[in-house]
Design a protein around this ligand. Sequence first.
Ligand SMILES: Nc1ncnc2c1ncn2[C@@H]1O[C@H](COP(=O)(O)OP(=O)(O)O)[C@@H](O)[C@H]1O
Ligand SMILES: [Mg+2]
Length: 248
Amino acid sequence: MAEPLLQVRNITKRFGKLVAVDDLNLEVRAGEVIGLLGVNGAGKTTVMNMILGLTIPNEGTITVFGRDLQKHRIDILKRTNFCTTYANLPSNLKVWQNLRVFAGLYGIKNPVDKIEELLDMLGISHLRESITGRLSAGEGTRVNLAKALLNDPELLLLDEPTASLDPDIADKVRKLVLRLQRERSPAILYTSHNMKDIEEVCDRILFLHEGRILAEGTAEEIKERFAGKDLDEVFIKVARNEVQALQI
Ligand SMILES: Nc1ncnc2c1ncn2[C@@H]1O[C@H](COP(=O)(O)OP(=O)(O)O)[C@@H](O)[C@H]1O
Ligand SMILES: [Mg+2]
């Protein structure tokens, strides 16, 4: 099997007394979409922030493209990108201006062509001249995704990309992620508390609760393990603490 592009080894992150991430391990290979599933506060964003080097773990190591994140952060981040619904792009700029700025930061050759290609791929060419701050949630997410794809990332972190989207747009975003996986095979780490998202998009799921992995496997394996008829039922049981942490 190919070497994982992302290897997270025994990372722990504490905020004061709170253990937000507790001795977590994960690996993602090229072409794989790994889902981090968990309730609000489970630690999903903290994991992503550590992989982006925005938060430093108290313990553990993160290796990306076979290199230590702490030592090679700049080089690693050139080949990585992320999309989150919560971090908005500068709101007073037009969509194309925002993408131009980020294309410049990533040193993209032929930025105009690249931006047009991505706007077309995401079905948002008509938003080119729109003011970013006035976009709807669904439009904003797709502009964020365009930003996240500017540098053709080999590692892509998607933090709740379908949060606050209506079912139609959420479906489009899921289809887009699947298309990306088919056409460009990046390693993708995908967080969500939306079961449908995770079942449709992810090859493997890590079920995170209070910073720890409760279970790991395909959606089918996890449903079987927690005796839930679907992932929603498993999720509710976990959220209400009706299941004990399982050793994996
Ligand atoms: N900068 C921070 N300072 C203090 N506590 C934090 C900070 N960031 C996250 N937390 C806490 O860590 C826990 C995990 O948060 P987070 O990773 O954002 O969860 P999720 O993304 O799964 O909703 C939560 O209890 C949250 O309040
Ligand atoms: Mg989060």
